[in-house]
Design a protein around this ligand. Structure first.
Ligand code: MN
Length: 264
C-alpha cells in the first residue's frame, strides 16, 4: 500500500497545494443573521433565518471560552439539498444527509457561464441545447460531475436584489425542466450548483411541474447546492468540488462549506 500509485497521487496533491500550483477556491457565502432565506407564499410554513445566541464569551458564563447556539433552517445560505428534501426522492435509498455515500460529495466541476444572458433576462433558463453547445467546446459532461451554473447572481449582495421580488413573485435564473432531465438522466451528474437562493428559477412555482429541477434531480437521487460565490474563479473544466453536508440524522440538507481545487 505504501508504495502504491494512489498514495503517490495524494502526496503529489499536497505538494501541489503547498507549491501554490493548485488553488483552493471558497465557493461559500458568509452565514449570518442577515443571510437571506427563500420566500414562500404565506400558505406554506416559512424557514427561519439564522440566529446566533451567545452561551459565553470569556465571562462569568464561561471564563476561558466563547461559543454560541445556532438556530437555523437546514436550507440557509450556501447549502446542500439532499434527495429526501423533495417528495420525488423521499423513498430512495441513501437519500438523506447521514446516509449519502461520502464519495458522492466530491466530483469534477463543469462550469457553464450564462452571465451575459442573465444580465438581459433574470428569468433565463439553461436548455439542453445550450449544454450541448458548451460540450462542443469543453467536452462531454462526465458522469458524477457537479454542473455549476455561473450566472453572476452572487454580485447581488442586498436581499432585495438577490431575491428580486416583483408583484408576480421572485425572478431569478435556473434550468428548464428538459435541462434538468438531460443532466440527471443523459449525463448522470452528481447534482447542480447555483449562485441563486434555490436550484429552481424564481418563477418555478408557476412551471409544469412546479419546481422542475427539485422534482427531477431529487427524484433521480441527485443533489443541489445553492448560493455559491466565486464561480468566476473556476475554469469551465478542470476543477474539483468538495461539497459535504453536515451528517444530520435524516437531514434534508444543511449549510456547508463548498470548496473547489483548481489549477493555479
Ligand atoms: Mn434547499
Amino acid at each position: 500500500m505504501a508504495d502504491g500509485q494512489p498514495v503517490g497521487i495524494l502526496v503529489q496533491l499536497v505538494e501541489e497545494l503547498n507549491a501554490g500550483r493548485i488553488r483552493v477556491v471558497d465557493l461559500t457565502t458568509r452565514l449570518g443573521p442577515e443571510t437571506p432565506v427563500i420566500d414562500l407564499p404565506p400558505v406554506f410554513a416559512p424557514s427561519p433565518g439564522l440566529t446566533l445566541t451567545e452561551i459565553s464569551r470569556y465571562d462569568a458564563r464561561g471564563p476561558a471560552w466563547y461559543w454560541n447556539v445556532l438556530n437555523l433552517g437546514e436550507h440557509t445560505g450556501t447549502h446542500f439539498d439532499a434527495p429526501i428534501h423533495w417528495i420525488t426522492g423521499k423513498d430512495l435509498p441513501e437519500n438523506a444527509t447521514d446516509t449519502i455515500a461520502p464519495r458522492k460529495f466530491i466530483g469534477p466541476a463543469c462550469v457553464i457561464d450564462v452571465t451575459a444572458d442573465v444580465k438581459n433576462n433574470p428569468d433565463f433558463l439553461l436548455t439542453p441545447a445550450r449544454v450541448q453547445t458548451w460540450e462542443l467546446r469543453h467536452g462531454r459532461i462526465p458522469a458524477l460531475s457537479w454542473v455549476l451554473l455561473r450566472t453572476g447572481w452572487s454580485a447581488r449582495t442586498t436581499r432585495e436584489d438577490f431575491i428580486n421580488m416583483r408583484e408576480d413573485g421572485p425572478h431569478s435564473p435556473a434550468f428548464s425542466r428538459e435541462c434538468s432531465e438531460f443532466l440527471a438522466h443523459e449525463r448522470d451528474v452528481l447534482g447542480v450548483g447555483v449562485e441563486t437562493i434555490g436550484t429552481d428559477a424564481g418563477q418555478a412555482g408557476t412551471f409544469e411541474p412546479p419546481f422542475p429541477n427539485h422534482t427531477t434531480m431529487h427524484g433521480a437521487g441527485k443533489f443541489g447546492i445553492t448560493s455559491l460565490i466565486n464561480l468566476d474563479q473556476l475554469p469551465p473544466t478542470g476543477a474539483v468540488v468538495i461539497a459535504a453536508p453536515l451528517k444530520i440524522a435524516d437531514g434534508s440538507g444543511s449549510p456547508l462549506r463548498v470548496i473547489a481545487l483548481a489549477p493555479a
